[in-house]
Design a protein around this ligand. Sequence first.
Ligand SMILES: C[S@@+](CC[C@H](N)C(=O)[O-])C[C@H]1O[C@@H](n2cnc3c(N)ncnc32)[C@H](O)[C@@H]1O
Length: 267
Amino acid sequence: MSTDDIPSKIDTSVPHSARFWNYFLGGKDNYPVDRALGDQIAKMAPGLVDVARASREHIIRTVTYLAGEAGIRQFLDIGTGLPTANNTHEVAQRVVPECHIVYVDNDPLVLAHARALLTSSPEGATDYIDADLHDPETILREAARTLDFTTPVALMLMGILGHVKDDDEVRSIIKRLMDALPSGSYLAHSDGTNTSPEMVAAQDRYNQSGAVPYRLRSPEQIASFFDGLELVEPGVVWCSQWRPDPADAVGGLPAQVHAVGGVGRKP
Ligand SMILES: C[S@@+](CC[C@H](N)C(=O)[O-])C[C@H]1O[C@@H](n2cnc3c(N)ncnc32)[C@H](O)[C@@H]1O
């Protein structure tokens, strides 16, 4: 995107979550302010590059599991991030072309790139909603254009709940979303952990940059967000260890990355 095309709502003077993450994933949809902070943080916590890669690969394995073994045909992916290779609809529709996917994000740059998320297979459907996670009712109302809430849906909250500071608020958001979904639906969630002093220091630096702050939590806190759901094996574990694909080992990711993830089924 050239500078002339930058929609006026995009603030390029402070770093932003989706762009910062895009930089860590090796993408090009970021600005000097995101790259400068990214470089500083990569020096403070070199392991964050592994977290970004492991989280992305974990998303691909999660969606493959949900569309395959779990038989899910509908996905509500909130906190989508900037389009990348293997977006949720591409992975799900590779398994079952009829899958319907609704993406939700509140970043104007993600909205500007949403075209790349709307390339559904002819048999399925995708939609994009410009909305805030703190407003689940709007999300559910608009998602109903594309998703049938009488049959199971996978709610995906990958790398977004750290933006919600308060644990009770996280629980309330998850409850309001999951209550709208029928039995047999799933919650897939992953997030960064406070298990490395370097990562915590780097996160503090990020939070001082003017970007919307992100809160790292303990693995136990993150696991507690699945309360009331039946955890799919192997439970909430380091992202690199959730049903690892033998092919991933080739990339040389460490066994422990400072992010955990899991999948829970609504009974
Ligand atoms: C760290 S990125 C994760 C992207 C993707 N899910 C992944 O794991 O690769 C967090 C995303 O959540 C979005 N986000 C942050 N706060 C949000 C909110 N309150 N409502 C909707 N989206 C939000 C950001 O714009 C960003 O795209």
